[in-house]
Design a protein around this ligand. Structure first.
Ligand code: AMP
Length: 219
């Protein structure tokens, strides 16, 4: 099973992808997480990625495609949820073509639809567990940790992503809108899109995700 998550930065893709992993046993691949890991290694590639990510710009397609192609080729699973890829029509076309070449296909494109004002609010309040094995996601307003600055699940410190500030998120949102409409149309045309309307005033729960899967399967 191949699931693609679409949605603005901070719309909850990571949260939903983690729940999908739990519910369906799919492998969670986040290009943002992969890039942040590369960046932390301080390699030339890491520095190049940082030059785009720090200003909220997209990493060029050729670099992203090279990295994701290698990742997918080395994966021992056909059950995947992709979070943060594709982000351009070029990337979407590459993915469809690559999967077709392996006799596979995208099964579902889940689009999280949230108004921009809510996105900005949600993103600046986002905190993430530093523990790589956990990476639980909190929102200081809606899902705060029980102890300030500490993860409820593993007790590790919580951190704020460098690019989760009001200035960068505005650029990230602009970039998202330029690219998202054509991708959404592309997946709509091939009848793969399921859009869900969200509000920050209601947390995404496991039950929500189970319901979306049920609706999709009964379609
Ligand atoms: P994310 O964690 O998904 O919000 O991604 C963080 C940053 O990584 C984005 O703002 C981009 O700079 C970069 N990035 C992640 N995925 C992609 C992609 N598929 N294409 C281009 N840039 C990406």
């Amino acid at each position: 099973m191949f699931i693609v998550m679409l949605g603005a930065p901070g719309s909850g893709k990571g949260t939903v992808a983690k729940l999908l992993k739990d519910i369906l046993g799919v492998e969670h691949i986040s290009t943002g997480d992969m890039f942040r890991e590369t960046l932390a290694q301080g390699t030339e590639l890491g520095k190049e990625l940082e030059s785009y990510m720090s200003r909220g710009a997209l990493v060029p397609d050729e670099i992203v495609i090279r990295i994701i192609e290698e990742k997918l080729n080395n994966l021992n699973s056909d059950n995947v949820v992709l979070d943060g890829f594709p982000r351009t029509v070029e990337q979407a076309k590459f993915l469809s073509k690559m999967l077709a070449g392996r006799g596979e296909k995208i099964d579902l494109v889940l689009h999280l639809d949230l108004p921009d004002e809510e996105i900005i609010y949600r993103t600046v309040k986002r905190r993430i567990c530093v523990n790589k094995g956990c990476e639980a996601i909190y929102n200081l307003e809606f899902t705060p940790p029980k102890v300030e600055g500490k993860c409820d699940k593993c007790g590790s410190d919580l951190m704020q992503r460098k690019d989760d500030n009001a200035e960068t998120i505005t650029t990230r949102l602009e970039t998202y809108h330029v690219n998202a409409d054509p991708i959404i149309k592309y997946f709509e045309q091939v009848n793969l899109l399921k859009s869900v309307k969200l509000s920050i005033y209601k947390n995404i729960t496991r039950q929500d995700v189970e319901n979306w899967i049920k609706e999709w399967k009964n379609k």
